[in-house]
Design a protein around this ligand. Structure first.
Ligand SMILES: [Cu+2]
Length: 185
């Protein structure tokens, strides 16, 4: 059992025991039961997204004061075909999925509306390729900070699931261990 689920379970068991002691506690018990069901539903929802896509080696590039944008990088592994369609972070006013490519001998990056994640295939979000762009940053991001980033996936049936990952901020000159596709750049 996942740690969070165990905690909710303990919380719910405790509250149903409290509910057995008096006659006047029925509405309270009912409310607690409803709340517990809702909590379980929310938790199994996030567990499902976790089982769907594995995020590894995530990091965010640190910023200098007054810098308003930075990149977030990671490796994604989907268990079933899905698509990354939306990103957000409380640290940024806006977040986008970006693609970086060469056009007329110039490196440019542009937002894309989604990134395909084929089942069983590792997709790298790395410097020089796809990445997550955090824009309108609310404060400077420093080495050692941790920033939550929420990824939303959509499958072929248009069903959406979200996953929040805690991403460490790494120094400006940091680069992740070279992976097969990053080496091409
Ligand atoms: Cu970008």
């Amino acid at each position: 059992m996942r740690k969070g689920v165990a905690e909710v379970d303990r919380f719910c068991q405790y509250n149903s025991r409290v509910g057995q002691h008096g006659l006047s506690v029925e509405p309270w018990t009912f409310m607690m039961k409803t709340l517990c069901v809702a909590l379980f539903a929310a938790m199994s929802f996030s567990a499902a997204a976790k089982d769907l896509v594995t995020v590894s080696d995530g990091w965010i590039r640190a910023t200098v004061p007054a810098q308003k944008a930075t990149g977030a990088f990671m490796q994604l592994n989907a268990a079933k075909d899905t698509r990354l369609v939306q990103v957000s972070s409380p640290a940024a006013g806006k977040a986008e999925i970006h693609q970086m490519d060469m056009a007329d001998d110039m490196m440019r990056m542009r937002p894309v509306d989604g990134l395909e994640l084929p089942a069983g295939k590792q997709v790298d979000l790395a410097s020089g390729g796809y990445h997550i762009m955090l824009l309108n940053l609310k404060q400077q991001l420093k080495d050692g900070d941790t920033v939550p980033v929420t990824l939303t996936f959509e499958n072929k049936a248009k069903k959406r699931e979200s996953l929040t990952v805690q991403m460490p901020v790494k120094p400006i000159n940091y680069s992740a261990a070279p992976s097969a596709s990053a080496a091409k750049h």
